[in-house]
Design a protein around this ligand. Structure first.
Ligand SMILES: Cc1cc2nc3c(=O)[nH]c(=O)nc-3n(C[C@H](O)[C@H](O)[C@H](O)COP(=O)(O)OP(=O)(O)OC[C@H]3O[C@@H](n4cnc5c(N)ncnc54)[C@H](O)[C@@H]3O)c2cc1C
Length: 440
């Protein structure tokens, strides 16, 4: 087992830093159990960490920070059951590659694949697709090292103990492996275009229902939204040519990352220019392309930012977004990042942000380096609107909510607290974030 003392750890966005007693690199589950038992004996804390793609302080600890790098292998494939079992530290990118080699795939994914499967599931990470759930909905079983150092296997027959351990915020223990539902590998045809926001919102329900995966990005200070429709297709993936490679690099690397980053940097120095710069983002034309599903879902992210994302009941989406639009102008926020809107089906996982309701997700971003008071004012204004629509914050993205006002937003809140009592009675996995969102 590897161990590094007196060091620090920082997340992807660079806004959260931990100063743990030690960064631990266990080789296996036994090492993890012994880290937990040592922490119990010395009255210190433990926290598993993924790849640090959360914006909140969810992964921080002043105790033992556990990096799951060694537990990242495909353990079993059960084609008859349509499941795979994987080490919890595998990144979604590596999992996608392994599944593809087996002719399999995850049915839905978010828009990057750098995260670990455990970190993504722990915070209720999701993609878009009105007939699909977030990643947590794919979990069929898991193994957990609890706060007493025991190892337990959990599956649906364990009822709410299992369901609570899926979206767990790292509060119940350290997951060492997951069994996940998978589907035969498939291809998607992506169609990207632009539409006036008012027109889009007036036909929103059919856009969402008529596509396997529909999302859009409204460009603040303009009337335009960029739309993305991804649908299953039997069309083959075309062989790459020099021209198709150039087009892909131009749109995905140059325009969506480098040129967009340059616009954000200009806007950071001269915020008053942001509304004019926003008109430089594309508002016409349509492109389409076909690829393996996982290559369509995930994109490159070079430009750094801070993000808040709220889940609200799907039918409130148009109204809530219109309120955000009016608020940005009324309050004079200068926003260079598009507002992203996605959709998922309901699930029954106690702390899933889609618990009990088909959901719309509204995400707001601020370019990294924007003065924090400006970012905070914008996020707090958005949060106030979302709270008026029964909003639930993404557990891994910025928000200012506390246990007192989160509890009423989740009908199975007490199930989760009971599972915490069972699995972590001594609060070995506690940190400041959990004290904020779950209470002591
Ligand atoms: C550029 C970018 C794009 C993103 N896109 C999306 C998106 O499309 N959809 C979406 O919903 N979210 C998105 N996110 C948010 C991201 O998916 C979540 O924050 C996710 O939790 C990050 O995973 P991670 O591996 O980095 O985990 P970390 O951020 O390192 O940890 C997250 C939590 O998981 C816990 N944890 C990690 N491993 C374990 C384990 N083995 N056992 C128990 N607990 C564990 C940690 O303790 C912590 O509480 C995005 C974030 C970024 C920065």
């Amino acid at each position: 087992m590897g161990r590094l003392r007196s060091t620090s750890w920082t997340n992807w966005a660079g806004n959260q830093t931990a100063h743990p007693i030690a960064i631990e690199r266990p080789n296996d589950e036994n090492d993890i159990a012994s880290i937990v038992r040592r922490a119990l004996d010395s009255n210190s804390r433990v926290k598993a960490v993924g790849t640090g793609h959360s914006f909140t302080s969810t992964a921080l600890t002043d105790g033992h920070l556990v990096v799951m790098d060694s537990l990242r292998h495909l353990i079993d494939v059960d084609r008859a059951a349509g499941t795979v079992t994987v080490g919890a530290g595998i990144t979604i990118g590596d999992l996608n590659d392994s599944l593809h080699g087996l002719g399999l795939a995850l049915p839905n994914l978010g828009d990057i694949s750098y995260q670990t499967i455990s970190g993504a599931i722990a915070t209720s990470t999701h993609g878009t697709g009105a007939r699909l759930t977030g990643l947590a909905g794919q979990v069929r079983a898991l193994r957990l090292v609890t706060g007493t150092g025991e190892v337990v296997n959990l599956s649906p027959s364990d009822g709410s103990l299992f369901e609570s351990a899926v979206v767990n915020l790292g509060a119940l223990g350290i997951v060492t492996q997951y069994t996940l539902s998978v589907v035969p590998a498939f291809r998607l045809e992506a169609v990207e275009g632009a539409q006036k926001l008012d027109d889009l919102l007036s036909g929103l329900e059919s856009h969402v229902d008529d596509n396997d995966h529909f999302e859009f990005f409204w460009i603040p200070h303009t009337k335009w939204a960029l739309t993305k429709r991804n649908n299953r297709t039997d069309k083959p993936v075309p062989s790459p040519t020099l021209s198709s490679r150039w087009k892909h690099w131009y749109s995905k690397s140059l325009m969506e990352n480098y040129a967009f980053g340059a616009l954000c940097e200009v806007g950071r120095h001269r915020p008053s220019l942001i509304p004019r710069l926003a008109t430089a983002l594309p508002s016409s034309g349509q492109t389409s392309y076909v690829n393996d599903s996982f290559r369509i879902y995930a994109s490159k992210r070079i430009v750094k930012f801070l993000e808040m994302e709220y889940s609200i009941p799907r039918e409130r989406c148009a109204e809530a977004l219109s309120e955000v639009r009016a608020m940005i102008e009324r309050r004079g926020h200068m926003v260079s990042f598009p507002v992203e809107v996605r959709f998922t089906d309901a699930d029954d996982i106690p702390l899933s942000t889609a618990h009990g309701r088909p959901s719309a997700y509204i995400a707001v971003h601020m370019y990294k380096g924007t003065p924090w008071p400006d970012t905070e004012r914008y996020f707090r204004d958005v949060e106030e609107i979302m709270m008026g629509h029964d909003g639930r914050p993404h557990w891994g993205k910025m928000h200012f909510r506390t246990a007192a006002d989160l509890a009423p937003a989740y009908s199975r809140w007490n199930d989760f607290l009971a599972a915490r009592e069972t699995f972590d009675p001594e609060r070995v996995f506690a940190n400041d974030y959990l004290r904020q969102v779950l209470g002591s």
